[in-house]
Design a protein around this ligand. Structure first.
Ligand code: HGY
Ligand code: MN
Ligand code: MN
Length: 419
């Protein structure tokens, strides 16, 4: 019998309080937070969440890439794991990632308080550098956890500010002893805000997420001819700023032309020397290209590559490319997705099966165990923005679905070995 069938539900004020307390760690105007991965602000957030895990009596482990795990060792065997991330982009909202971690703690505390002991351990994970804003690629901690990148390679990654990941991990005291890769959980279920407009627009409370779209990140460095803005005739210019702007326009036009789920973004442009009266010497541009369909994503990548070759020749500039992330689309465990939909329906909610436009740690855990996600609506679809908002009733609805699904996954078949 599920907890909610026994009248056991999460404690909404307690979840709200933890969300607000965590949001106060490095707050920014508008109600969000800025805790870029492995900064002092990230350390402060980690310390708070770890203290909540300790207060709950969980076994706390930190692994060699800084992932934090709070485990309720209430039974033998591999745990049912939930969790997400608490690192943010520079303009983070208070729910992206934080909600999935704190709802996981809330589920455990609710079951403990109700005297309901699962037949498998329950674990809450805080994965390192999910955002990929400071260090690329994103979802790095969970990728290393499942063996998708070597620990050595991950520790040598350089931040956009030049810091080495392993040095930052040591500096903040989160270069933990637990091994990377880590042991596969029995199952992984991540609760997250949608970060898009669909659920709210359709009046649906729960998303049963059936997969994550493919993502292609690269950094393009354009080297031209720095020159005087006033004396250099236009016909003699080799202007990296113009090429950078052309790339942003090309990406927008490509996404419009391809339609469907194709999205393209230029999120970061750095010019040097970045002065009003100097034709730049260089421009560094990030390209974020995504599609739910791998073949279409490859077509988009080829179109971008051809454009870069063409504009470099036309403008007489040098273009260097650096791959920052490349993950193929992921399909979640259909049985687990069905279970999310079934439980949400049993709670009386409308449910929408949908892919995720954003990357998530669950897409990495899907490599080693049955994984799926639960979405709740984002107001106006806003995220990676301090104005990010989800109504309390939706936050509670999602957490109660997580409560029931974790309980169900933690039950054992009658003849199952308690390995
Ligand atoms: O970029 C993403 O999709 C995620 O927020 N890391
Ligand atoms: Mn997230
Ligand atoms: Mn995010």
């Amino acid at each position: 019998m599920r907890p909610t069938d026994r009248g056991v539900r999460i404690d909404a004020p307690r979840l709200r309080a933890r969300l607000d307390d965590l949001a106060e760690i490095s707050p920014i105007p508008g109600g969000g937070s800025c805790r870029l991965a492995l900064t002092d602000e990230d350390r402060a957030g980690r310390d708070v969440v770890r203290s909540w895990m300790i207060d709950l009596g969980l076994r706390v482990q930190v692994d060699a890439i800084g992932n934090i795990f709070g485990t309720w060792d209430c039974a033998p065997g591999a745990p049912v794991m939930t969790g997400s991330h608490i690192d943010t982009v520079r303009t983070g909202g208070r729910y992206d990632g934080n909600y999935g971690v704190l709802a996981g703690l809330e589920v455990i505390e609710t079951l403990m308080t109700a005297g309901m002991t699962p037949s498998r351990p329950l674990s809450v994970a805080v994965f390192t550098n999910e955002e990929g804003a400071r260090f690329q690629p994103d979802m790095l901690g969970s990728l290393a956890y499942v063996g998708g990148v070597s620990l050595e390679a991950a520790l040598d990654i350089r931040a956009i500010d030049g810091a080495r990941l392993g040095d930052e991990l040591t500096r903040i005291g989160y270069d933990g002893p637990a091994p990377v890769p880590g042991p596969a959980p029995h199952a992984f279920i991540e609760l997250h805000i949608e970060q898009g407009p669909l659920l709210e627009a359709e009046g649906v409370t729960i998303g049963a997420v059936d997969g994550v779209q493919g993502i292609s990140w690269q950094e393009v460095t354009i080297t031209g001819q720095s020159n005087h803005a006033g004396t250099t005739p236009m016909r003699l210019r080799h202007d990296p700023a113009y090429v950078a702007a052309s790339i942003a326009v090309f990406l927008r036009d490509l996404a419009t032309e391809m339609g469907g789920n194709q999205v393209c973004t230029v999120g970061k442009i750095d010019l040097a020397p970045n002065l009003i009266n100097v034709v730049p010497a260089t421009a560094t541009v990030t390209l974020d290209v995504r599609n739910t369909d791998e073949e279409l994503l490859q077509i988009a990548e080829r179109r971008v590559s051809d454009f870069l070759d063409d504009v470099a020749a036309r403008e007489g500039v040098k273009i260097e490319r650096r791959r920052l992330a490349r993950f193929e689309p992921v399909v979640f465990d259909p049985e687990l997705v069905d279970r999310v939909a079934k439980i949400a329906g049993a709670h009386g909610h409308d449910v929408k099966r949908m892919p995720s436009g954003a990357g998530h740690d669950a897409q990495m855990l899907a490599r080693v165990c049955p994984s799926a996600m639960i979405f709740v609506p984002s107001h106006l679809g806003i995220s990676h923005n301090a104005a990010e908002h989800t109504d309390d009733e939706d936050l509670v609805a999602g957490a109660n679905v997580l409560l029931d699904i974790m309980w169900e996954l933690a039950q054992r078949e009658p003849n199952e070995e308690s390995s």
